[in-house]
Ligand binder design. Structure first.
Ligand SMILES: *[C@@H]1O[C@H](CO)[C@@H](O)[C@H](O)[C@H]1NC(C)=O
Ligand SMILES: *[C@@H]1O[C@H](CO)[C@@H](O)[C@H](O)[C@H]1NC(C)=O
Ligand SMILES: *[C@@H]1O[C@H](CO)[C@@H](O)[C@H](O)[C@H]1NC(C)=O
Ligand SMILES: *[C@@H]1O[C@H](CO)[C@@H](O)[C@H](O)[C@H]1NC(C)=O
Ligand SMILES: *[C@@H]1O[C@H](CO)[C@@H](O)[C@H](O)[C@H]1NC(C)=O
Length: 869
């Protein structure tokens, strides 16, 4: 039955467009853009018509191809009608692959765009170049950021060639709806600032796409709507290779013949305006200030007179804090299609970098309405349809009027970081998804994974894979496109000694839980300039059966004997082997059926509901020839496990330690592990309904997250450090109850999640906090980091590995960036399904400062209210 939930994620109601977040696929690939909205100047055949120009799809003959050979002088185009004004930030293109029979692609293209389908403009980048590089093979999609972004409804993709050739293209557009609704602004042209002793600042609107006549700009959009806010010092720019003052449009008092700058704004339709935000520089000691006052007049229709009563607003001037800031001007909920505002000078210069408008039509992005099916069958079928609302606590107020310039600074930094990260990740997601997945496949052709009971056999069909490209061909170029410094891996390595030097002092003195694991000399910690663990340490990090061990404070191995073990001995012959789940250095993990276990354990045993099916258990077993140390460790692991008792932690049920091989028997769950479970599913939608694809809902995902935080909260309360929290280590039953286990690294299936050092020791580096990788420091706070990554996995439905584009070495290099903290570290991107508040929570888990990360209790409290019971 359907359970309708209204989930209201309270985003910033006044948020400006944020190019870093506005990167959603607009529906070429998934079909939200309909065939009739995709047209073309020509097509070669019926089967290469424009409707086949969908990225990653293989319908028809696999792409759109214009008729005949494309000549250098041709302008063939593919046109997409997006149905509404859209803020476009990224374009993805691909050639015609057609299951290995196609080989056409375009090396370059240009873009035209239009608000109305009549007047077309050509896009050019910030340096004035209209041509974008596209593909150099028929299968890899190439994702290009649009700098500046395009605001339009219609878009034309125009393939460009230097020599006559056949081209075929597939396309995806990325962005978000343009809720501002602004279609053009006009203003006096920006000016040059030529002060003695300083570089010349050119404060023109260099991306303006309208008319430029008689010192006036009109009919277009430009830098004031490109989503890029200027820095505190207007000479410093966010773009590379541009001139000082680039981010701002500025005017000098007196040069305009009046004490104000007049701008007109025209909108797509009549709107009810609440406010206008003007991002303004305030470097008062250089003679720049925000405006002293503004008066705005309104016009209900384009052909009408300005209404007589303008809205007036005086700002509070600030000559102590030189930070650039958003100034919010209330517009009194007036209706208008056009606005005319006069900004009065407060000093010699006035400089704006962004202007955005909030109108009653702007609220859409703050609400997500979802129809979800109840994941729990039967027992709830009698429940009536309910409407429930979840409101996430508003975590912070929008910084305004320069009261909190520091916050703005932080936000700006985060936005910048996100631009980099999201770019990289998008790239990865669409360019080399398949390539990156490749190492995870055990067999080349087809992988059969049997997870729970033998009846639930999941066949993973290997998807058609494009010809293999060696990953080493150009990984740096692809990954670190935005920072040329990164393009030379050797250069990076050279930078790392600085890290080891400064880390040496702190590396081994940390006062954390486990002396036996973490003690090492600086020499061991950093044997060479590349930081890694001493081998000896890692082996002890690994549980003896190949799994990870919980770290426990003050537990001495010597004192362990049989009587310390509080769980009962189970008759070994009643464990019926079903399949091998994995193996480690000294042992194996088997899936077994445990005959008569419920009776053996008696009332109140923590066994899952069986419905008459046999009880499945995971049996970890130590090889008979294991060393004495391994035996001791195994007993230690048993002792630790037997202390744990929480509904979200896998429970040790019984042991077989009276004879060799030593065994411990833990719960096993019907649905296998969370990684496998989610990666087989799609987000619930009508599409999944129709096609019978198993689906999960947002509330399922939140429910899972809460349970994991709850289990971890319990571990943290006992000062237990898990060290390998990840979806592969969370097991599920049929009711989606989650239990955290710890045998991920013993399973071959996930071997690519672990970093192998000299073929022996393995570490889940993609889940590890920087201090765990560099300093060997494992704490609850590093578990919190891993929890953040686990959340990220959940909300990407485990469709890709964290940082899947980065090689293991690059992940470690990135860790170095976290350590150096110069803003070059790459974070995981915000998953599309993820409510903004939740991504904020993830980001907090990845705080460089251990003390600033949330606690599991805090995480639990923050997540719990999201779940609709
Ligand atoms: C693209 O826009 C330019 C104007 O900037 C126009 O001259 C040209 O004809 C347009 N081309 C197409 C194919 O729309
Ligand atoms: C514009 O960019 C394209 C693709 O990067 C490049 O081939 C071309 O030389 C550039 N043109 C100019 C004038 O810089
Ligand atoms: C803006 O100023 C820069 C630097 O002076 C100049 O190169 C560029 O052509 C100007 N752009 C426009 C659109 O006026
Ligand atoms: C701006 O210039 C006008 C004259 O054009 C002058 O009256 C006014 O005082 C100036 N304002 C400031 C803040 O300098
Ligand atoms: C604008 O919307 C508000 C409520 O959202 C309403 O009270 C106000 O009357 C509207 N203004 C106009 C001019 O329609």
């Amino acid at each position: 039955m359907l359970l309708y939930l209204l989930l209201v994620f309270q985003a910033n109601a006044n948020a400006q467009i944020d190019p870093a977040h506005c990167r959603y696929p607009l529906g070429m690939e998934d079909g939200r853009i309909k065939d009739h909205d995709i047209t073309a100047s020509s097509q070669w055949y019926e089967t290469t018509g424009p409707q086949y120009a969908r990225l990653n799809r293989e319908e028809g003959d696999g792409a759109w191809c214009p008729a005949g050979l494309l000549q250098p002088s041709d302008t063939q185009y593919l046109q997409v009608d997006l149905g509404q004004l859209t803020f476009l930030t990224v374009v993805g293109t691909q050639g015609r692959y057609a299951r290995n029979s196609g080989k056409e692609f375009a090396r370059m293209y240009r873009l035209n765009y239009s608000h109305d389908g009549q007047l077309w403009r050509s896009w050019k980048n910030r340096l004035g170049n209209k041509t974008m590089e596209a593909n150099d093979n028929a299968y890899v999609s190439v994702i290009k950021d649009l700098h500046p972004p395009i605001i339009s409804r219609y878009i034309r993709l125009i393939p460009v060639t230097k020599m006559p050739t056949t081209v075929c293209m597939r396309l995806e557009l990325y962005g978000c709806p343009w809720h501002d609704g602004l279609t053009s602004y006009s203003s006096p042209e920006g000016q040059l600032m030529m002060p003695p002793g300083y570089p010349i600042a050119s404060l023109n609107d260099s991306t303006y796409d309208g008319a430029h006549e008689r010192r006036k700009l009109s009919g277009g959009l430009g830098q004031l709507t490109d989503g890029v806010t200027g820095q505190d010092d207007f000479l410093v720019t966010r773009q590379y290779h541009v001139w000082p003052g680039y981010d701002y449009v500025g005017w000098r008092n007196g040069s305009l013949g009046s004490g104000y700058v007049e701008m007109e704004f025209v909108f797509d339709k009549q709107r009810n305006f609440t406010s206008m935000k003007v991002h303004s520089n305030n470097m008062f000691y250089r003679g720049v200030k925000i405006f002293s006052s503004v008066s705005c007049s309104f016009k209900p229709r384009l052909i009408a007179n300005w209404e007589t009563e303008p809205v007036e607003f005086r700002t509070v001037l600030d000559d102590r804090n030189p930070s650039a800031r958003y100034v919010t001007v209330p517009l009194g909920r007036r209706n208008a299609k056009a606005l005319r505002c006069r900004f009065h000078f407060a000093d010699v210069w006035m400089m704006f970098s962004e202007i955005s408008f909030q109108s009653a039509d702007t609220v859409i992005p703050t609400q997500i309405t979802l129809a979800v099916t109840s994941p729990w069958p039967k027992e709830e079928s009698s429940m009536p349809t309910t409407h429930k609302t979840v409101t996430t606590p508003s975590t912070k107020d929008q910084p305004d009027d320069g009261n909190t310039p520091i916050l703005i600074g932080c936000l700006v930094t985060i936005i910048l970081l996100l631009v980099v990260i999201i770019f990289l990740i998008l790239w990865c997601q669409y360019v080399c998804k398949v390539l990156e997945k490749a190492p995870r496949r055990i067999l080349e052709e087809e992988v059969t994974v049997r997870l729970s009971s033998s009846s639930d056999t999941i066949i993973l069909q290997t998807p058609p894979v494009p010809p293999r490209v060696s990953q080493m061909d150009h990984p740096y170029e692809r990954v670190f496109l935005l920072d040329p410094q990164y393009q030379d891996p050797a250069g990076l390595r050279n930078k790392l000694p600085e890290l080891s030097r400064s880390a040496e002092t702190s590396a081994c003195g940390g006062g954390y839980a486990e002396p036996d694991v973490t003690q090492c000399t600086p020499h061991q910690c950093f044997q060479s300039s590349v930081p890694h663990y001493a081998e000896t340490d890692i082996v002890s990090l690994q549980g003896v059966t190949g799994s990870n061990m919980y770290a426990v404070p003050a537990l001495t191995v010597d004192s362990l004997t049989r009587k310390d073990i509080s769980v009962a001995e189970f008759p070994r012959h009643r464990l019926l082997f079903r399949e091998k789940l994995g193996e480690g250095q000294f042992g194996e993990v088997h899936l077994c059926e445990a005959e008569g276990l419920p009776e053996f354990l008696g009332e109140g045993a923590p066994l899952p509901d069986r419905d008459g099916r046999p009880v499945l258990v995971a049996v970890k077993q130590l090889r008979a020839d294991a060393t004495n140390n391994a035996r001791n460790d195994f007993l230690k692991e048993i002792k630790i496990m037997s202390r744990l008792n929480d509904p979200n932690i896998i429970q040790l049920l019984c042991v077989c330690v009276s004879s060799d091989p030593l065994c411990m028997v833990t719960e096993y769950m019907d649905n296998g592990d969370l990684n496998m479970f989610l990666s087989q599913r799609e987000m619930e939608s009508t599409l999944t309904h129709a096609n019978n694809i198993p689906a999960v809902s947002l509330s399922d995902l939140l429910h899972m997250s809460v349970q994991i935080s709850s289990g971890m909260r319990y571990l943290a309360s006992l000062n237990f450090v898990h060290r390998d929290l990840a979806t592969r280590n969370c097991l599920l039953d049929r009711r989606l109850t989650i239990k955290i286990a710890d045998f991920g690294m013993s399973r071959n299936l996930y071997s690519s999640d672990y970093y192998r050092i000299q073929g022996r020791a393995v570490l889940p580096i993609r889940w590890m906090a920087w201090e765990s990788i560099l300093l060997g420091k494992f704490t609850t706070a590093s578990d919190v980091w891993a929890f953040g990554v686990t959340l990220w996995e959940i909300f990407t439905l485990c469709k890709e590995q964290p940082y899947s584009l980065l090689s293991d070495e690059q992940v470690i290099e990135n860790t170095g960036e976290f350590f150096r903290n110069q803003g070059r570290q790459i974070f995981l991107y915000a998953p599309l399904l993820c409510p903004p508040s939740l991504f904020e929570l993830m980001m907090r888990c990845w705080d460089r400062d251990i003390a600033d990360r949330p606690t599991f209790e805090g995480l639990y409290q923050a997540l719990r209210p999201h779940v609709v019971q």
